[in-house]
Design a protein around this ligand. Structure first.
Ligand code: CA2
Length: 148
């Protein structure tokens, strides 16, 4: 089982600012945590982060045939990007949406998730631990054949 974990804009700044919202672990620390948690569950992970919408679309397209599924936190593009939604639908890989913060309790503009419309797993507001939770839930669905 091999999953691609994609992070969108500004998530490379994890642990640098706004620790009250996004925690104190930095981006590389998050990768190590998720990689270790997933490895213990028999899930191999690759990681990709970009601040650019088109690059995120490219990497989603490129995942077809290389990964069993995608775990994605599109950052602010969650709330704006139909291009990322379309890419997720186009590759038709099982996908899980992650948000570190509880977007349901934040500003009105964070209440819509386009990318989430292509995802069968949603882990929201669990901090960086949400990535591992999402990966395990997604892997379980894939293994049971409950793909979305
Ligand atoms: O809660 C999440 O994971 C978000 O996807 C994070 C995005 C935000 O636009 C979404 O509404 C919810 C923002 C990521 C910014 O990450 C930072 C990390 C550290 C310091 C500053 C920003």
């Amino acid at each position: 089982m091999k999953l691609l974990v994609i992070n969108g804009p500004n998530l490379n700044l994890l642990g640098v600012r706004e620790p009250g919202i996004y925690g104190t672990l930095d981006y590389n620390g998050m990768i190590e945590l998720v990689r270790t948690e997933c490895a213990e569950a028999g899930i191999e992970t690759d990681f990709y982060q970009s601040n650019h919408e088109g690059d995120l679309v490219d990497v989603i397209q490129d995942a077809r045939g290389k990964f069993d599924g995608i775990v994605i936190n599109p950052g602010a593009y969650t709330h704006t990007s139909i291009a990322i939604l379309d890419a997720l639908k186009a590759v038709a890989l099982p996908a899980a949406e992650v948000h570190i913060s509880d977007v349901t309790k934040r500003e009105p503009f964070r209440q819509i998730s386009y990318a989430g419309m292509a995802c069968c797993v949603h882990v929201i507001g669990q901090g960086v631990a949400g990535y591992g939770m999402a990966a395990r839930q997604l892997a379980e669905k894939i293994q049971k054949g409950q793909v979305c």
